[in-house]
Design a protein around this ligand. Structure first.
Ligand code: SF4
Length: 213
């Protein structure tokens, strides 16, 4: 079976609780959303079809890195993604699947980890969320709110309360670089004693807008 792949590369994981670790990335092509801050527009169409075995082989060539992130675009748009994840898990990798929250979560093997966005209003895409996904999350999964403003922050707090997310999954508040300062969000989190993990988009601070790193 083949998947449409935009690029594979190794880099430092920029977000999630795995931020800072060396990671192999498989970026799949295609996305059903158009977020206002999207930095991977090149993945909407570009890509070539590659056999799943060949993708796994290229990953295993990077010996010494045991973390793989399957990202996009939106990886769940392609039905073969679950097969890729299963195969990578069998090879002994820790596998993260970054998804935008708008597509029903597929049933994943054992310890594979979803990092699911909840699209905030300033993304322009919050109306696309599939809220039923919340009930499909498991304790190892992570939910990420990418914040662009105070109103996004207030909205995210309401979602946390309304969907009883505290203690259910790992919670990430990420700051859109250039739109909101991490120090500002840090103050709000401390004022509210909010049990969430503040993230900067680490890869953007290290590599700026460089692609494939
Ligand atoms: S979901 Fe991700 S890839 Fe798709 S438009 Fe939004 S930021 Fe870009």
């Amino acid at each position: 079976m083949k998947l449409k792949v935009n690029e594979t590369f190794r880099s430092i994981q920029g977000e999630s609780t795995y931020a800072g670790l060396p990671c192999c990335f498989v970026r799949l092509s295609g996305c059903n959303l158009r977020c206002s801050y999207c930095d991977t527009m090149y993945a909407y169409e570009e890509g070539k079809y590659i056999d799943i075995d060949s993708i796994c082989e290229s990953i295993s060539g990077d010996s010494g890195i045991d973390l793989v992130c399957v990202t996009g675009g939106e990886p769940l748009m392609q039905t073969g993604t679950t097969i890729l994840v299963s195969q990578l898990m069998k090879m002994g990798y820790t596998v993260l699947i970054e998804t935008n929250g708008s597509i029903k979560l597929h049933c994943l093997p054992g310890k594979a980890i979803y990092v699911m966005d909840v699209k905030c209003p300033d993304s322009g895409m919050s109306h696309h969320m599939d809220w039923d996904n919340i009930s499909l999350l498991r304790p190892q999964d992570e939910v990420k709110f990418v914040l662009s403003s105070r109103s996004d922050y207030e909205w995210a707090k309401c979602v946390l309360e309304d969907y009883h997310l505290f203690g259910k999954v790992k919670l990430l508040f990420s700051c859109t670089k250039g739109r909101i300062e991490p120090g500002t969000v840090a103050k709000w989190i401390l004022e509210d004693r909010l049990k969430v993990r503040l993230q900067i988009q680490l890869h953007k601070y290290i590599f700026d807008e460089e692609r494939g790193v």
